[in-house]
Design a protein around this ligand. Structure first.
Ligand SMILES: C[S@@+](CC[C@H](N)C(=O)[O-])C[C@H]1O[C@@H](n2cnc3c(N)ncnc32)[C@H](O)[C@@H]1O
Length: 348
């Protein structure tokens, strides 16, 4: 392993320690600082393929294999002692964090689509992980501390998804009517499998207890979905979204509205495939929601500068038209449908 490769790995962990972890997980910030300063651990991690060096993936795998949420010395000892197991587990794992609260930011757009067409929605989620965001009609919502939408779901044990808004979004007064729930993922996860559920929980960073509670309650909803649920079962297809999306849209009957959507997915596509997807989705007979870390437009290439006060947020578009900035984990919705969005080709 070359010196520059080790330097790049140490730099990656330093970046996460300084930028990404501190406001979300003090323990992960401590772990990342510790790894960056530990020449032996850096040398080991630098031997992994670049997409397996992601600090939160390395840490999630360590926790999945039994490393306790304790100080850096505990992590360091665990990684040295169990390195072969860690490397083997990393080889078969990806970050597939499934965040049901993203439904709170999608809900106003689902409502808009259903009002436009008057038809139930045939959901087609690209990159659904275990499929929790295919259950928007099965959760409960509270915007800005107001009335609960979906109180019957809450009473049945569903998570209450709290969301703070600005910009006066068209908040729904009813849950969407879902006709079908289909997803396509490179690696669909079975939320009913206890080890898979444990892996999903390890992907939530230490200290994020609200997210962990939401995830657990969301998995309970998924696994207890009645056979005769009006929205049907969650069906997850294994494969690449580009290869499947057209067939899935074409299979939607005329009495339903096909809704293609994705959250935290297209950053995994290389720019060339992102463009191919944009070209394809524009030809399909569907509505299309993107909720991603960049503006999904064919004239931009992902690397946009969001305003400082919206730093780290997703941009949500409907049929390619920007609607809102959304918190990555669904707890804020900044509606800007009439706002100052860029012309095609400009940075936000
Ligand atoms: C970070 S997770 C997001 C899961 C879910 N959308 C959510 O918001 O909770 C990204 C998911 O996208 C999937 N994915 C990445 N690239 C993909 C592709 N080319 N085709 C299908 N799925 C893909 C991954 O397997 C993973 O499950």
């Amino acid at each position: 392993m070359t010196g520059p490769a080790r330097e790049a790995t140490a730099h990656l962990f330093t970046q996460y320690a300084r930028v990404w972890f501190p406001s979300h997980s003090a323990l992960y910030a401590e772990w990342a600082h510790g790894v960056a300063a530990d020449a032996d651990l850096v040398a080991r991690i630098a031997t992994l393929p670049p997409n397996k060096q992601q600090p939160n993936l390395v840490f999630a795998v360590a926790r999945f294999l039994g490393c306790p949420d304790a100080g850096f010395a505990t992590l360091a000892a665990f990684l040295r002692e169990r390195w072969d197991d860690v490397a083997a587990e990393l080889a078969v794992r990806m970050t597939q964090t499934n965040e049901p609260a993203r439904c709170a930011t999608l809900l106003p757009v689902f409502e808009q689509i259903q009002s436009d067409s008057g038809k139930p929605l045939a959901l087609i989620e690209l990159g659904p992980s275990a499929g929790l965001c295919l259950l928007p009609d099965r959760f409960a919502y509270r915007y800005d501390g107001g009335d609960v939408l979906g109180a019957e779901n809450l009473a049945a044990g569903a998570p209450l998804l709290e969301c703070a808004t600005t910009g006066n979004p068209p908040l729904p007064t009813r849950l969407p009517e879902i006709a079908s729930r289909t997803g396509v993922d490179l690696n669909p996860l079975d939320g009913a499998d206890p080890e898979t559920a444990r892996w999903l929980k390890c992907l939530v960073w230490p200290g994020q207890t609200e997210r962990l509670d939401r995830l657990s309650a969301g998995l309970d909803v998924l696994t207890s979905l009645p056979r005769d649920d009006p929205g049907g079962p969650v069906t997850l297809v294994r494969g690449d979204l580009l290869a499947h999306v057209e067939t899935l849209v074409n299979a939607v009957p005329a009495e339903h509205t096909a809704v293609v959507y994705h959250s935290a997915v297209t950053s995994y596509l290389p720019p060339g495939l992102r463009h191919a997807f944009l070209e394809l989705v524009a030809t399909l007979d569907c509505r299309w929601i993107a909720n991603e870390g960049f503006f999904m437009s064919d004239a931009t290439d992902g690397e946009i500068a969001v305003p400082r006060e919206r730093s780290g947020m997703f941009v949500m578009t409907l049929d390619g038209v920007p609607q809102a900035y959304t918190h990555q984990h669904g707890v804020q919705l900044h509606w800007e449908a009439d706002g100052a969005w860029p012309e095609d080709g400009q940075s936000i």
